[in-house]
Design a protein around this ligand. Structure first.
Ligand code: TRP
Ligand code: ZN
Length: 873
């Protein structure tokens, strides 16, 4: 149950929140006042920062409406209107309400905040010795009084004043204007951002920072000064990020025609950050894990993620900043589109097929479970209690799939015309998802009425597909039926538009029987007839994962094995292999009598196919995760799933022992390089090492330890450590100790040390994690560290779901403790407990008990309260 007294009171005339404190999309009203210009003066100090805000305000609504400014935590020291002190203001809830007679005024407020005591990491806070800000979604109100909503766009001029020795670098949005020294060892800097922006894009940074500078010349010939700002010790780890930034700038010009618009673009890395990074105009602020890299400390995965996040935040300059969101229900307008854009960028840097495989794996790991659980919500939600809880895989990743489907339906030319139209028409405004779809329609002449259901209906559609063949008349018939499962608040669904790429292959010759077709299934069911099919056809469907759906087909193990070897689309080959593995593992889990033969043959064939890219082979031969197997079952038995999966891993390890050794040895020697080819070899080598270890070979730990010691890069070192961390060999302790000592003091690498152990498949992982939570290096104050242990443990299906409930208790204890410091990050640890409906009565009762204990905690944040009460259902 939700305790209404914990929800911040709202003034009577603002849209009334629901009885549970929720905000509704349909209650949107335009702002009563606009703020064309904002001047901010910060007198920075970690203990007491004084902020004077001067807002020029103009009436946008009815006469008599007072000005309402959002605040949180602070109190006004002074309020002035048109230069004169006033005292007829009042505080309603957390809003500062100022009666104003005319239609245009200058309103000045003065407040004092304490960044060093800000553990939420929202608003102005301290990270290490750096002062920085995070304003999305509603952090600006923790800095100063303001209409803190994304449809109030203002031009900002900012003056920063600080101690020069402690904070030699002073950065804010836009372009630098001027700087100078003051008495008492203090100095100042002025920044001006000519582009009107919502308050959530405001940023400042003050600190002792070193810079890696670069420059980029735009397509129209303007020079942009680039800077990556970090602690001076880390400066050698910024080259990859700077390079990725230049590639991103060029890519957005080439692919979307988008040019950068200021004279400077700065990125700052900080260690304490709730999310990955933030797209503040001209001054991106990053979690240092998405900036810092060198071969000794960052894996290939980290390098890829850094480039993807740098691109993502840079792309927001157009999809997010130049065009922002009217309200937070439209969040996917900027996030879904920007993820789609960064996926396209990453696909162009290496293997597009492997990138698609990774993205689909991520979608299935994070978004499908969300869509199937108590926190399911549409890509454009209808209500929320705490907006921070809606930065989800559904908004981001399913949102990106919606854009991808529209791109597929429109084709590349019409899609580009539509994005051009969108960028031109809505530049400088706060737009809606509807505006975006309307541009897709207008530029293409297509009707997307029914497609819009993708924005409003939650849940992953299921598609039953069955192909029959009438050999005599050369006709094949494909029967399709879709079903969208009920989700909280949405019991009944309408059929959606599903773009399905389909092809048929000859079961005897392996040859394509038809050209690939794009089928738009927009009814509950449909039939497609293919003529001239002279050979027994095998169905390849949802190629490239053209629709984010679950396909339920009646294809046999033989047919899936055939496709895994003969489909001409690498993604489809991967999918066939995954489906074959999944069918095998689900059957083994339920029946306990494994039939491994088809998987062994398919994996053997894939390993033997020398035409394949090693990066692809590495992905294709990986078994589906324990959680993904669990997602296929009505009742998750984590032990049975683990046993079934380990048995198949061992079987593959034993039966293909020579092939794994060969794949392992094959990797070319020589020093580390970061290239698609070298990455692929390292990946395959580490996957092979995993299978050598799974086979139970006597020398497995020796090989892993040798790799660990010989490695000249983190990918190989962590790959070996991951294998050893799940073993009982003596080398395990040795490697963990060496790793820890070698990297003591390097927070990002010590995170890996915690995470690797939390993901271990050993029986005693729960105890180990409990011990690690008492390790001197463990702290909840740093979100990366909290996630590396507690977040990773929640993702370890078997360890977390220990039958005695110890895993649930551990997670709940940590979550409750973290909520007192950082509600946003605490709330993100909760979803694994919300899966209780999928487990046996014993586990389910234990999970519910922990959710109830969390919900009953006095002083609980709105963030966690919303997630806990929704999860209890
Ligand atoms: N807009 C950011 C992004 O996707 C997300 C983000 C950064 C965020 N910091 C946040 C979201 C804090 C919520 C709270 O790039
Ligand atoms: Zn984003």
């Amino acid at each position: 149950m939700l305790d209404v007294s914990q929800v911040i009171a709202q003034p009577a005339h603002a849209p009334a929140p629901g009885s549970d404190g929720s905000i509704s999309r349909h209650d949107y009203r335009p702002p009563a006042w606009l703020v064309p210009d904002t001047r901010l003066v910060f007198d920075l100090d970690p203990a007491a920062t004084r902020i004077v805000a001067t807002l020029s305000v103009t009436r946008n609504g009815m006469a008599g409406e007072p000005l309402r400014l959002d605040g949180a935590g602070q109190e006004p020291v002074a309020v002035r209107v048109d230069g004169a002190a006033v005292n007829d203001w009042r505080i309603e809830g957390e809003q500062l309400v100022i009666p104003l007679d005319g239609d245009a005024h200058v309103v000045e407020t003065e407040v004092v905040v304490a960044p060093e005591r800000n553990t939420q990491l929202m608003g102005l806070y301290a990270s290490g010795g750096i002062l920085c800000t995070q304003c999305e979604a509603e952090g600006f109100r923790r800095i100063t009084y303001f209409p803190d909503r994304p449809d109030v766009l203002s031009r900002y001029a900012v003056r920063l004043i600080a101690d020069k020795a402690r904070y030699p670098v002073l950065l804010a949005n836009g372009d630098p204007v001027d700087a100078g020294d003051l008495d008492g060892g203090r100095h100042w800097a002025e920044w001006n951002d000519p582009f009107p922006k919502p308050s959530y894009l405001f940023a400042l940074v003050a600190g002792d920072l070193a810079v890696n500078r670069g420059s980029f010349t735009t397509q129209s010939g303007r020079t942009v000064d680039l800077g990556i700002w970090v602690r001076s010790d880390d400066i050698d780890k910024t080259h990859h990020a700077l390079h990725a930034l230049k590639l991103s700038m060029a890519w957005d010009e080439r692919v979307y025609g988008r040019e950068y618009d200021l004279d400077v673009f700065n990125i700052v890395a900080v260690d304490d950050f709730n999310f990955g990074a933030m797209e503040n105009k001209g001054l991106n602020i990053f979690n240092s894990r998405y900036i810092l890299a060198d071969p000794d400390t960052a894996t290939d995965y980290d390098y890829d993620a850094i480039a993807a996040v740098v691109a993502h935040e840079y792309f927001h300059n157009w999809s997010g900043n130049r065009i922002t969101c009217r309200d937070w229900f439209q969040l996917s307008l900027k996030e879904g589109f920007t993820v789609y854009r960064d996926q396209g960028f990453s696909a162009d840097q290496g293997s597009a097929a492997v990138k698609r495989i990774e993205d689909v794996r991520g979608l299935r790991a994070a978004q499908f479970p969300e869509d199937a659980g108590p926190l399911a919500h549409p890509v454009r939600p209808d209500s929320y209690i705490e907006i921070s809880n809606f930065y989800t895989a559904t908004i981001y990743n399913k949102g990106a799939e919606l854009i991808r489907m529209m791109a597929t339906i429109l084709g590349p030319q019409a899609f580009r015309a539509a994005t051009d139209l969108y960028f031109t028409r809505f530049d400088g405004t706060a737009a809606t998802c509807e505006d975006f779809v309307a541009c897709m329609e207008e530029a293409s002449g297509r009707n997307l009425s029914q497609f819009r259901l993708w924005y409003s209906q939650a849940g992953t559609p299921r598609v039953a597909a069955s192909l029959s063949h009438e050999a005599g008349d050369g006709r094949a018939t494909l029967r399709l039926a879709q079903h969208v499962p009920g989700t909280p608040g949405q019991p009944d669904k309408q059929p959606m538009v599903l773009p399905l790429r389909i092809k048929l292959f000859g079961g005897e010759t392996g040859k394509p029987l038809i050209d690939e077709q794009l089928v738009l299934l927009d009814q509950a069911s449909g039939t497609i007839v293919f003529e001239g099919v002279t050979e027994r056809p095998v169905l390849s469907i949802n190629r490239g994962f053209s629709a984010p759906v679950i396909i339920e087909s009646d294809r046999s193990a033989a047919e899936l094995g055939f496709l895994s070897a003969h489909d001409d689309d690498p993604f489809a080959r991967y999918e066939a292999m995954q489906q074959l593995m999944l069918d095998t593992l689900v059957a083994a889990t339920i029946e306990g009598t494994p039939n491994h033969a088809a998987v062994v043959t398919a994996v053997r064939n894939t390993l033997a196919d020398s035409t394949l890219d090693p990066a692809f082979v590495a992905e294709a031969v990986l078994l589906p995760s324990e959680s993904f197997i669990g997602d296929q079952l009505a009742l998750v038995d984590p032990e049975a799933i683990f046993r079934a999966r380990e048995a198949l891993r061992r079987e593959l390890g034993v039966r293909l022992a020579d092939q794994w050794r060969e794949a392992y040895e094959q990797a070319p020697a020589g020093p580390y390089v970061y290239s698609p080819a070298a990455k692929g070899h390292r990946r395959l080598r580490n996957v092979a090492l995993g299978y050598i270890s799974a086979s139970g070979a006597n020398d497995a730990a020796t090989i892993a330890f040798r790799q660990f010691e010989a490695a000249d890069n983190m990918t190989d070192r962590q790959g070996a450590l991951t294998t050893l961390a799940s073993s009982h060999a003596d080398e395990r302790e040795a490697a963990l100790d060496i790793f820890y000592n070698r990297y003591a003091g390097n927070g990002l690498v010590i995170d890996k040390w915690f995470q690797t152990q939390a993901l271990s498949s050993r029986d005693d992982t729960g105890q180990l994690v409990a011990e690690l939570a008492r390790h001197p290096d463990f702290t909840l104050a740093n979100p990366n560290r909290a996630r590396s242990l507690v977040g990773a443990f929640g993702a370890n299906q078997r360890a977390f779901n220990a039958a005695d409930g110890s895993g649930y208790r551990l997670l709940a204890d940590q979550l409750i403790a973290l909520d007192k410091l950082n509600p946003q990050t605490a709330a993100k640890l909760l979803p694994p407990l919300g899966r209780w409906r999928r487990f046996d009565a014993g586990r389910s009762a234990l999970m519910r008990a922990e959710l109830e204990r969390i919900a009953a905690t006095p002083g609980l944040s709105r963030d966690v309260l919303e997630q806990a009460s929704k999860s209890l259902g």
